[in-house]
Design a protein around this ligand. Structure first.
Ligand code: GRG
Length: 326
């Protein structure tokens, strides 16, 4: 476990000297918000284009439900991480927006399925009706599955714009869909559902969180690095950063579920207790969970900095991830 208890330094410029121990500063928070806003604008525009295409391609309510799922805009943390990882290695082309949109497509279909009555059974997501409440369970289930290959198309479009060679597109696809598979998101979700009503220790919780949420965040960082043509060592460093902040993200989610309101979250708060789920909060308490998330983020940024990676964009995002309020 990361347990230094030192708050993360997220405000330093690229290639700065030793990490400061200060909490996230106003300017780092502002920078993170600006990056998320930029990512949201870029990715929402891409996904709107896809929503129009798919509503045309897929007949009737299935096409409408697919478009509905793609048109709900979240915080776009995963997209911002793709862009920041890409830029941290000098990437400059706009085609990266397509790679970011592909990750958000995987995230979007996972949310559609996560909200279904057979899983989290929720009515509210991103401040509006979940897809199965806006349509019906069968249509939402189909919409989720229909979006799986769409994510591959969105990825291929972005990689095409970036003029990446076919083998690199292949590696990007494997990275994204492995993260979405049995050793990542799907497997983590399965462990999570199986654990309801049971008491998990921290080791088991780490497995759930790394799979369910962390794997896609880890892949976001790896994809940005790979699309930028990063070396094996650079991709490994970005991947390790993503793995740590991915776990930290879900720990922060546990804290928010216990402390925030449904209105602020745009989804139902307090569900973990209601469903008797083991979380970092049930094991470590709110403050213990917060401190664990801070330590992970601090470690993640320090490792990048030690490896000579430009953290000017990634460090503020790491700070945002552990201190966000929604
Ligand atoms: C469709 C093949 C297939 C599988 C789905 C349901 C499932 C398998 C996985 C669910 C994984 C899941 C929902 C993890 C939770 C991740 C999480 C913390 C979601 C909230 O992310 P935010 O806060 O949400 O980034 P926004 O709305 O801001 O994007």
């Amino acid at each position: 476990m990361a347990r230094s208890g030192q708050p993360i330094s997220t405000s330093e410029p690229a290639h700065a000297g030793p990490p400061s121990a200060g909490r996230i500063t106003g300017s780092a928070a502002t920078r993170a918000e600006a990056m998320l806003g930029d990512a949201r604008q870029r990715v929402d525009a891409r996904l709107e284009t896809w929503a129009v295409r798919l509503a045309d391609r897929i007949p009737g309510r299935n096409g409408q439900a697919v478009a509905y799922a793609l048109r709900s805009s979240g915080k776009r943390v995963r997209a911002a991480l793709v862009l920041a990882a890409y830029r941290s290695l000098g990437g400059k082309a706009d085609g990266i927006d397509g790679v970011a949109a592909a990750v958000e497509t995987v995230h979007a279909y996972s949310l559609v399925h996560d909200d279904l009555p057979c899983m989290d059974d929720d009515d509210l997501r991103r401040g509006r009706a979940t897809t199965h409440r806006a349509f019906d369970v069968a249509t939402a289930t189909r919409a989720g599955f229909l979006l799986v290959p769409v994510a591959a198309e969105v990825l291929a479009e972005g990689a095409g714009e970036l003029e990446l060679p076919a083998p690199v597109l292949g590696e990007l696809a494997v990275t994204l869909f492995e993260a979405g598979g049995v050793n990542g998101m799907v497997g983590g979700q399965w462990l999570d559902l199986r654990a309801e009503g049971r008491r998990l220790g921290l080791d088991d919780l780490v497995d759930v969180h790394r799979g369910k949420t962390g794997a896609l965040i880890e892949a976001s960082c790896a994809l940005g690095a790979m699309a930028a043509g990063g070396s094996e060592a650079e991709v490994r460093l970005l991947r390790a950063f993503g793995a740590d902040i991915g776990l930290a993200f879900q720990i922060a989610d546990d804290v928010l579920d216990a402390t925030a309101t449904s209105e602020t979250l745009g989804k139902t708060a307090g569900k973990d207790t209601a469903r008797e789920k083991s979380t970092y909060v049930s094991v470590l308490g709110v403050e213990g969970a917060r401190s664990e998330a801070e330590s992970l983020a601090e470690r993640a940024v320090a490792r990048l900095r030690d490896g000579g990676i430009d953290v000017s964009a990634l460090a503020p995002l790491a700070g945002y991830i552990v201190r966000r309020t929604s």
